[in-house]
Design a protein around this ligand. Structure first.
Ligand code: G1P
Ligand code: ZN
Length: 542
């Protein structure tokens, strides 16, 4: 039976690029999930009888939210819901399933790399039929609907069994519980040279994949240990836990420290890799060699023709503005364009759909291609394995040869977290006001060549997105970028991105924090970070 329930709007149900993200207790309020899901459906047209894909990263409240979504999708008139067994679907796998089965769209339950558990974060996001995050037109409509909602519709029925593969019926809607890994694994097998990777492992190649007790465990176990023959135990923290074992499922040098320390030790395996809560980010570390995401994008772009799915070559590269220029050097060597987009995956969608770019990446550990419309952590790992297997070089050798050929872009990102929001905004506003005066000024041997506030002109739909980060370029090719995070939940996070090119092979193997020391000092003094925020050093350095 379908029940119509009276409700009232909640404040602040504004979905960002990554959907609606709040603390679990916020989502647990009566009608909170229902209001948002009803507002999503209210913003869509023509879904009656169509397929909706539903799944999440397994975090606390995933199962409860999925039951609500199923019952509301049935009440809304969807014909079928495909849901991952146990409510599990990584974000890239959800994108893959949506595309493969020509679904109308999908609802993904995740808060990405944010901590989970009863006091942790939760999130809901809507993806369109192309497989990517909803564009602003839809998220604006969703937000508008959350402000006026007065009732929602839901089927009154016992909870659906989402732990057994197969189909059942819910008020006339088919519920199909699918293997969360199968479609994704099939796609990976089409893209990569699995025989070469299998041979690599058979020859004794060793690896550790840290799934961080999050969603990629089942995917990595099935593909790496099952199909590709990596030794059992290659995948650690492989069981998705509702609270990620109390950890922060973010594959960076701070939160994946255990893996990083192993890779820097004498007992390191050949390759270390990790992914985040919902499986879209990646970390790549060789024995004694950390690969920055910016370098990883460049290496992948330069070598991806070695993977069968990309043997025809790539049409173009896209990187977010704060990502280093390493990918630009590969693009110019290949004679293709490297598009520079604002931070956030959604800007890549148009370029991929239009066939202008084949591979995309962000300095924040997101890499992906036109195979889905989300960044894809395990895809990046498989790409590295494919490259290593074909070239028969280790990670350190691949990086060394890459830098020798293209030069090295020394890179670091400094994050000042939970800064007073007003102080952070004023810091950026005041620096923005100074930009026009900076060219020609010298700061201890560094002369500013040009400075601007990044604006993006989308070559596909002509839209303009402005105020995307303050860029200061120096005459020696160095760059400092300042922007405020759009995903933080407490106060403001000021991100400062610093890079410097080194073409001399003899000087390409140094510590970035030392090479970049002058620029780092300038990045602090120029906007007076200490005076304005009280911070003498960043909270996180990557
Ligand atoms: C951060 C990253 C950005 C990424 C986003 C979602 O956003 O910097 O590259 O797309 O998370 O994963 P920010 O907090 O910087 O706005
Ligand atoms: Zn994520």
């Amino acid at each position: 039976m379908i029940r119509t329930v009276a409700t009232t709007p909640f404040d602040g149900q504004k979905p960002g690029t990554s959907g609606l993200r709040k603390k679990v207790p916020v989502f647990q309020q009566p009608n909170y999930v229902e209001n948002f899901v009803q507002s999503v459906f209210a913003s869509l047209e023509g879904y009656e009888g169509q397929t909706l894909v539903v799944g999440g990263d397994g975090r606390f409240y995933n199962r409860e939210a999925i039951q609500t979504v199923l019952k509301m999708a049935a009440a809304a008139g969807f014909g079928r819901v495909m849901v991952g067994r146990g409510g599990i679907l990584s974000t890239p796998a959800a994108s893959c399933v949506i595309r493969k089965h020509k679904a109308f769209g999908g609802i993904i339950l995740s808060a990405s790399h944010n901590p989970g558990g009863p006091e942790g974060d939760f999130g809901i996001k809507y993806n369109i039929g192309a497989g990517g995050p909803a564009p602003e037109k839809i998220t604006d409509a969703i937000f508008a609907a959350t402000g006026t909602i007065s009732e929602y519709r839901i089927v009154e029925a016992p909870d659906v069994d989402i732990d057994t593969l197969g189909t059942s019926s819910l008020e006339g809607m088919t519920v199909e519980v699918i293997d969360p890994v199968a479609d994704y694994a099939e796609l990976m097998a089409q893209l990569f040279d699995f025989d070469a990777i299998r041979a690599l492992f058979a020859e004794g190649f060793t690896m550790r994949f840290d799934a961080m007790s999050a969603v990629t465990g089942p995917y990595a176990r099935s593909i790496l240990e099952g199909t590709l023959g990596a030794a059992p135990g290659t995948v650690v923290h492989g069981e998705p836990l509702p609270d990620f074992g109390g950890h922060h499922p973010d594959p960076n040098l701070v939160h994946a420290k255990e893996l990083y320390d192993l890779m820097m030790s004498d007992g390191a395996p050949d390759l270390g890799a990790a992914s985040d809560g919902d499986g879209d980010r990646n970390l790549i570390v060789g024995r004694g060699r950390f690969v920055t995401p910016s370098d990883s994008l460049a290496v992948i772009a330069a070598n991806m023709h070695l993977a069968p799915g990309y043997k025809a070559g790539i049409a173009g590269i896209a990187r977010s503005m704060p990502t280093s220029a390493a990918a630009d050097r590969v693009a110019s060597a290949l004679g293709i364009t490297c598009y520079e987009t604002p931070t956030g995956w959604k800007f890549f969608g148009n370029l991929l759909d239009a066939g202008l770019a084949t591979v995309c990446g962000e300095e924040s550990a997101g890499t992906g291609s036109n195979h889905v419309r989300e960044k894809d952590g395990l895809w990046a790992v498989l790409m590295w394995l494919n490259i290593i297997a074909v070239r028969q070089l280790d990670v350190d050798e691949i990086m060394g040869r890459h830098w020798a050929e293209y030069g090295r872009d020394y890179y670091t990102r400094h994050d000042y977290e939970e800064v007073d929001a007003a102080a952070a905004e004023k810091l950026v506003a005041d620096l923005r006001a100074r930009l026009q005066d900076l060219p020609g000024q010298s700061f201890g041997g560094l002369t500013v060549e040009r400075a601007d506030d990044f604006a993006y002109h989308d070559p596909v739909d002509g839209s303009v997105t402005s105020k995307q980060g303050l860029r200061i370029f120096f005459s020696n090719g160095s760059r400092i970028v300042y922007r405020l995070s759009g995903t933080g939940t407490a106060g403001a996070t000021l991100r400062v991105y610093i890079e410097q090119f080194e073409g001399d092979t003899a000087r390409q193997d140094q510590d970035p924090q030392i090479v970049l020391a002058d620029l780092i000092a300038l990045s602090r003094s120029l906007p007076d970070i200490e005076g304005r925020t009280g911070r003498t050093a960043p909270d996180v350095i990557t």
